[in-house]
Design a protein around this ligand. Structure first.
Ligand code: OSB
Ligand code: MG
Length: 373
């Protein structure tokens, strides 16, 4: 596979409602999309999951744009790769960080490879599932009652996992209200996006009484050692998100006991090859994994759904349907969920499995640039 042309574009896609996490809020989603074309004319789309600001990881839309045009594109354009697994290593040599733009290019190359091979992306990756259990991630609300209302709706819609964003001042009281309203069997979890320190151990331990599936990334975004200390004091499993940026960090998590579950976001770890490596390692070590989300458009969602079809993804993913986020998505058909909370893996055509609505994307585009070999 040889990349001939790489187009970058930024679109603006307003979320139906602002999404608040402990470290920031997203409302008008700026999204960086890539269009790739190889030397035989096969094409593919991919999405860089970075946000407007470095509130989740150091990557942003603007630093990703710079990284792709200055350093990533020159390493892949016009160069032959036997397998998409060779791409991340070629982007890692003497080139630190910038995992989200690296991932966007790497995943785009997998999409092109799937198109060329005439197979669905999910199958090229080794996926075996046809339907994937879906969860919802609920942002921080102003009051416990407002959160209870959202959580009630989510349960009624069929979601198999309900994730509540928490922060100091909006934690035990909020989660308790939801637990009481939804009952003991509701599949609840919490995600703190780094809002706590070990000094908050006592407060976090109060969540143990609420029978959560897991607590996601309570401590610093790049920490493993303190999470290990915290996990020793909690009954609830810790799930790591921000801290797992590679297979090595997943190994460290297991070695240190820093967590018991991994949220895999391909954009966070440098793409599909790294995601597959973390998946395989986790299966070997009996660590459950699930696929996280980054408020992606339908393009990034297609990549996540394909990945989540692998056998080790045993917990529901943050794979909400298009209508949860957008008035109208950029793909057809839009992503939907059945009444029992399942998303169907599209296996009836090659590549992403959905049609990219280029007219809609053109309408939303605020800048575009084309790079050639
Ligand atoms: O931590 O998983 C996270 C959204 C923005 C930033 C961080 C996170 C999230 C989500 C959204 O939880 C998941 C989704 O795409 O629905
Ligand atoms: Mg998270």
């Amino acid at each position: 596979i040889r990349l001939e042309e790489l187009a970058l574009r930024e679109i603006r896609l307003p979320l139906k409602e602002p999404f608040r996490i402990s470290s920031g809020v997203v409302s008008d989603r700026r999204i960086l999309l890539l269009e790739l074309r190889d030397d035989e004319g096969a094409t593919g789309w991919s999405e860089c999951v970075a946000f407007d600001t470095p509130m989740y990881s150091p990557d942003t839309i603007d630093t990703s744009w710079l990284a792709i045009t200055e350093w990533i594109a020159p390493r892949v354009l016009g160069r032959s790769f036997g397998d998409p697994r060779e791409i991340l290593p070629a982007l890692e040599r003497d080139f630190r960080g910038h995992l989200m733009p690296k991932a966007a290019v790497e995943m785009g190359m997998w999409v092109v490879a799937a198109e060329r091979a005439g197979v669905p992306l999910a199958r090229l990756l080794g996926g075996t599932r046809t339907h994937i259990a879906t969860g919802i991630s609920l942002g921080i609300e102003r009051t416990p009652d407002a959160l209870v209302e959202k959580a009630r709706q989510a349960l009624a819609q069929g979601y198999r996992k309900i994730k509540l964003k928490i922060q100091p001042g909006a934690d035990v009281e909020y989660v308790t209200a939801v637990r009481e309203a939804l009952g003991p069997d509701a599949p609840l979890m919490a995600d703190a996006n780094n809002a706590y320190t070990l000094a908050d151990t006592h407060q976090l331990a109060r969540l143990d009484a609420l029978d959560l599936l897991m607590i996601e990334q309570p401590l610093a975004w790049d920490d493993l050692v303190q999470h290990a200390e915290l996990q020793r004091r909690l009954r609830t499993p810790i799930c790591l998100d921000e801290s797992i940026t590679s297979l090595d960090r997943a190994r460290d998590m297991v070695t240190l006991g820093a967590g018991r579950i991994v949220n895999i976001k391909p954009g966070r770890v440098g793409g599909f090859a790294a995601s597959l490596a973390i998946h395989d390692f986790s299966v070997q070590h009996s660590v459950p994994v699930w696929c996280g989300g980054m408020l992606e458009s339908g393009i990034g969602r297609a990549c996540n759904v394909a990945l989540a079809s692998l056998p080790g993804f045993t917990k529901p993913g943050d794979l909400s349907p298009s209508a949860r986020y957008w008035a109208r998505d950029v793909v057809t058909p839009e992503w939907t969920m059945s009444d029992d909370g399942m998303v169907t893996v599209p296996l009836d055509r090659p590549g992403l499995g959905v049609t990219v609505d280029v007219d809609r994307i053109d309408d939303l585009t605020v800048r575009r640039t084309v790079l050639r070999a």
